[in-house]
Design a protein. Sequence first.
Length: 230
Amino acid sequence: MVATAANSTDTTPVTAAPRNAEQVRNTQKRERNKQRLSRDALYNLHEFAYDSGFIHKICTFPDLSVICYNQDVVAVFNSLLSTSAQSATPTIVITYDTTFNLGDFYLSILLFRETEFEPSPIIPLAYYIHERKLQATHDEFFGHIRLICPQLDQSLNAVLITDNEAAITGSVNDNFPNLPAFLCWNHVLQDCKRWLRQHGVTTTDEMTYYVDKIRELLQAASAQEYNSRS
């Protein structure tokens, strides 16, 4: 240990080096604090907005909300949209969901499938940091998306998937009245499992059977095929 310390170029005294997990965390925290622009989180947020080109809107009153996106990604997304009925462009599946509470804020993410690649990767289009989950809150976000993606509401090859939360669906209907919206399958299956438990289904085998049957219905290619399976 003495030889190793003597040959090291690190000038930190051996006795000052972190000796356990808590000291390592404290050392990391101290180094992060040194790199901060300031102790003011809002000041840092605005500085990052000016320097990065990633943050495009900050609202601080009455609630804090931040809209973030990369303009090149938005340009790619807009290039995939088509308003022509004769176009053979593939369907662009868009999803919007809000995470669980992250500290004092929520994070909602608008995603889309990039159909120029195979398989189509899921790419984040925009991020929304917000304090509450009201329809007015989501209106601010979707109103901004309408400005940067003006073709979206008239696009014939785009669909939106949500969890059917009233505040989100209301905001989507107000800002994109012509955009087809559907309920996420995961949430459909979760609701079905909840309903089945409330109506006496207790075993794993029974639950699996019913969920598989519901999934078969969802995978039907037409209304006729759906009716024949039900």
